[in-house]
Design a protein around this ligand. Sequence first.
Ligand SMILES: CC(C)(COP(=O)(O)OP(=O)(O)OC[C@H]1O[C@@H](n2cnc3c(N)ncnc32)[C@H](O)[C@@H]1OP(=O)(O)O)[C@@H](O)C(=O)NCCC(=O)NCCS
Length: 172
Amino acid sequence: MEPGSSTVEGITFTTYKAESDLEPAIKLIDQDLSEPYSIYTYRYFVHQWPELCILAHTESGECAGVIICKLEAHKRRYYEGHFADGPSLNRGYIAMIAVGKPFRKLGIGRSLVRQALDRMKAMGADEVAMEAETTNSAALALYQRLGFVKDKRLYRYYMDGTDAFRLKLWLS
Ligand SMILES: CC(C)(COP(=O)(O)OP(=O)(O)OC[C@H]1O[C@@H](n2cnc3c(N)ncnc32)[C@H](O)[C@@H]1OP(=O)(O)O)[C@@H](O)C(=O)NCCC(=O)NCCS
């Protein structure tokens, strides 16, 4: 992969088109999750924000990675130094990302995040948030290298009792 580039040799990136894209994406995501999502959760994201679901495919058509995000208005609870409702801001949220085990460490994860960030910026995002297990060093390193910073620790956030970090990237 070229430094600073979002392309990965031999990998094609496509935008979610139809339900047939979901099955391989779910397989990838489920293999690493501490708690499985229902099909309705996936549909909630991909039906409302199809452009924020990006898939990576090998030359043979295998799904090697996927990212699923959303972007919506978020009411400010703290504004100009006070706890007060301010104008809402557009918050992007990276809900899920997974790269298949044989395809890791090739730059696919970084490329998926970069492309999703570019799209969210173009759609007017002011900030982007995501959560990762405090023990997920690969994900934390990936996001921190892209400029995300730890915003909060969320105690016992996952079903198995693990804590999470919420990471944020401010765009405006
Ligand atoms: C996290 C994940 C998506 C990274 O995907 P990837 O394609 O392997 O990542 P990349 O090759 O793009 O790596 C980008 C950066 O991430 C970091 N990184 C990736 N894997 C890492 C690892 N195993 N250990 C430490 N840092 C790692 C590095 O900083 C790397 O940059 P560098 O190669 O310049 O050092 C992948 O490991 C994965 O699918 N994990 C299981 C699912 C998961 O944990 N999802 C995140 C939930 S929040």
